[in-house]
Design a protein around this ligand. Structure first.
Ligand SMILES: Cc1ncc(COP(=O)(O)O)c(C=O)c1O
Length: 391
């Protein structure tokens, strides 16, 4: 069990606590396997061995070959690398990229940078559940399209996309397909060989591993330009001395996820359903944003009628409950989330949203406490919105 500091943590889509077994594995690397993996002596070879062992574990959790996994500094770097790397190495073929307006900023901002360099990017609209329609994707394809990138599941509303259908559309037209799998990896069963994507981004800190480490899956034979120069690491594709403790921690986290994925997934789904049902009955005026069933296990984006979501979040925080109101990566900034706007919510609706994401150590007792806390706070906020907003 992960040690509890008595707070109730319900923000696992932002990050997860680090598993004690992961900490142990990382400590052991820092204490005794601190060699440089590029050194040819025994200390170096030992560190290199540990990296390759971790690569196998990270690869196994998505059913790909270890040599198709390239370690990065996280999901953000993996997204940047996929988009910029494909754009730069395939620009002879064309300069058009297709993505969706609900992608993570790591993807959207990479595309914005490419637009400055002369690439053209189409940002697909999504439906009211946050999903991209395969027909809309098909309609946007041009002879000069070189890459399609659509996320596996959305970090704000939790909707799982129909990636297998997009891959079919992309490959039919001979276009490479990348997916940001940061929110799905380790939470949903994942077989990339079957899914047939060309590139996929994952991150360690969403699966009880350390922060600052992730990976880009690049299917064997796919040409992707470099993002980081200055060394022969990662089979000459990403320069820089490897983050050995981080990579080993990531590998351990992936290994642990593989053994617990199914059991946790059922548990997380039940906790989320139980929370939503009880809030509907006991608080009322609450709706789910995003897809009702095709959703990341344990992830709920909830809209409370007549409630300022940011005030609710802060009041829950003072009661010892951690959740999130908008995109996790921009927490703190009280502005309408672009994802909620994209799925058609009004500003008022978007600003009345609370994101709750359960983790493996939550239980029904947490649901009881959270229902009671939300009931109290929503009751107060619905009566006192003007006072709260002006204080
Ligand atoms: C969908 C998605 N992509 C990318 C990232 C960025 O990953 P990292 O924090 O490892 O850079 C996140 C983080 O929240 C995410 O949710």
């Amino acid at each position: 069990m992960i040690k509890s500091n008595k707070r109730i943590y319900l923000d696992h889509s932002a990050t997860t606590p680090v598993d004690p077994e992961v900490i142990e594995a990382m400590n052991s690397v820092m204490e005794s396997s601190w060699g440089n993996p590029s050194s040819i002596h025994a200390d170096g070879r030992n560190a290199k061995f540990l990296i390759e062992e971790a690569r196998e574990k990270v690869a196994a959790l998505m059913n790909v070959a270890p040599n198709e996994i390239h370690f990065t500094s996280g999901g953000t770097e993996a997204d940047n690398w996929a988009v910029r790397g494909v754009a730069h190495s395939h620009k002879e073929k064309g300069n058009h990229i297709i993505t969706a307006e609900t992608e993570h900023p790591a993807l959207l901002d990479s595309c914005k940078e490419l637009e400055k360099e002369g690439f053209t990017v189409s940002y697909l609209f999504t439906d009211s559940k946050g999903g991209v329609h395969p027909h809309d994707l098909e309609a946007e394809i041009r002879p000069d399209t070189i890459l399609i990138s659509i996320m596996h599941s959305n970090n704000e509303v939790g909707t799982i996309n129909l990636v297998h259908k997009y891959v079919e559309v992309a490959h039919e037209a001979g276009i490479l397909f990348h997916t940001d799998m940061v929110q799905s990896y380790g939470k949903l069963p994942m077989d990339l060989k079957q899914l047939d994507v060309d590139l996929a981004s994952v991150s360690s800190h969403k699966i009880y591993g350390p922060k600052g480490v992730g990976a880009l899956y690049i299917r064997q034979g796919v040409e992707v330009g470099q993002l980081m120069f200055g060394g022969h690491q990662e089979r000459n594709r990403r320069g820089g001395t490897e983050n050995v403790p981080g990579i080993v921690g990531f590998g351990k986290a992936a290994e642990l996820r593989a053994s617990r994925l199914e059991e946790d997934s059922i548990k997380l789904k039940n906790l989320a359903s139980s929370l939503y049902e009880r809030l509907s009955e006991e608080v009322g005026g609450v709706k789910i944003n995003g897809h009702a069933t095709r959703r990341i296990p344990g992830h709920l984006s909830l809209m409370f009628d007549g409630v300022d979501g940011e005030a609710l979040l802060m009041n829950l925080d003072t009661m010892g409950i951690s959740a999130s109101s908008g995109a996790a990566c921009s927490s703190g900034a009280v502005k309408m989330s672009s994802v909620l706007k994209a799925i058609g919510l009004s500003e008022d609706e978007a600003l009345s949203t609370l994101r709750v994401s359960f983790g493996r150590d939550n239980n029904e007792e947490d649901v009881n406490s959270v229902v009671a806390a939300i009931k109290e706070q929503v009751g107060r906020l619905r009566k006192t919105i003007p006072e709260v907003l002006t204080s």
